[in-house]
Design a protein around this ligand. Structure first.
Ligand code: SAH
Length: 304
């Protein structure tokens, strides 16, 4: 089966980093800089995703930065330092331990998972809803109504995306989140005391990280991945998508909503994640055997 992938990208800006923001295509919010947020990405790009195919070695050639302004000559150099050479299990474990450790110290609220900027929630959900509607309308003549649709919300945090969006469009939604107090908060808000999930829709709560997750074969129509894939090293990114493809129903889709770097990558030293460029993502999708079905660029303009 050939799976397809959608990208939605929401660049945002951060202070003191070596990449300057491009002019926005449209403005969603005009608020201060994000801190400690999946939205506090350090770079962005101005135009719609390009259609040219990246060369196989492109991502290895592009330089990148870390959040302290240090330049790496390429991704290989950065990953060599962060997760070590193949077989260095300890270093890799440490990368993931620090990533999850960062989020374990964050409060289980929308403000927490959005780095103190819960007010972007509405714009985020509206943009995602328009995209999802278009997608469902294209895939199913009746927009998916009358069908039993199942979604997986990856790196779900407190279930913000599920609660505000996915449960309105899917018959069942599973949540995956490695930070237990986030997942508990999701369960509490989605499964009232009666024990029945909202409209019986949220079904499974998986407390595991993406790099260790293998979905049931053929369960999902949509696997939604928002603001969490930057935590995965390249090889884990590729093996996650390869395993997850088998979790899609025929014709199923991934939706990836992520910040993007203007070029190369930006490593966040605080939460152990990287923001990849559009070219970088395309190279990884190519390695996964995925192709882009639809993409849309949104810009959040954030004043510092
Ligand atoms: N997608 C949610 C939460 C974004 S915050 C939303 O948009 O509201 C980033 C989330 O990624 C956190 O919940 C964090 O715990 C999760 N995360 C961190 N490392 C992860 C990993 N290795 N696998 C899956 N999720 C991870």
């Amino acid at each position: 089966m050939e799976a397809q992938v959608l990208i939605r990208v929401v660049p945002s800006y951060a202070r003191g980093l070596p990449i300057s923001p491009p002019p926005p295509r449209f403005e969603l919010s005009a608020k201060p800089l994000f801190r400690s947020s999946p939205l506090r990405s350090t770079a962005s790009r101005p135009a719609a995703a390009s259609t040219e195919k990246p060369r196989a070695s492109a991502i290895m050639e592009a330089s990148g930065f870390d959040s302290e302004g240090r330049e790496f000559k390429n991704a290989e150099e950065m990953w060599g330092e962060e997760i070590g050479k193949e077989g260095d299990v300890h270093k890799r474990k440490e990368w993931y331990r620090q990533g999850v450790g960062y989020w374990e110290g964050v409060e289980a609220t929308a403000d927490g998972v959005l780095g103190g900027y819960a007010h972007v929630n509405d714009a985020d959900i509206k943009g995602s809803e328009a995209f999802l509607k278009m997608l469902l309308a294209e895939r199913f003549p009746d927009g998916g109504r009358g069908r039993s649709l199942v979604a997986l919300d990856c790196g779900s945090g407190i279930g913000r995306v599920t609660k505000n969006l996915l449960i309105r469009f899917f018959t069942e939604v599973d949540l995956l989140e490695p930070v237990s107090h986030f997942l508990e908060a999701a369960r509490e808000s989605l499964v009232p005391e009666s024990g029945l999930a909202i409209e019986n829709k949220t079904t499974n709560f998986f407390c595991v990280p993406l790099q260790e997750f293998t979905p049931d074969v053929g369960r999902y129509d949509v696997i939604w991945i928002q603001w969490c894939i930057g935590h995965l090293a390249d090889d884990d990114f590729v093996s996650f998508f390869m395993r997850a493809k088998a979790g899609l129903k025929p014709g199923g889709l991934f939706v990836l909503k992520e910040n993007i770097a203007r070029s190369g990558f930006v490593l966040d030293k605080e939460d152990r994640s990287i923001t990849r460029s559009d070219t970088y993502f395309k190279e990884l999708f190519h390695r996964c055997g995925l192709h882009i079905f639809k993409s849309k660029v949104s810009v959040l303009l954030i004043y510092t």
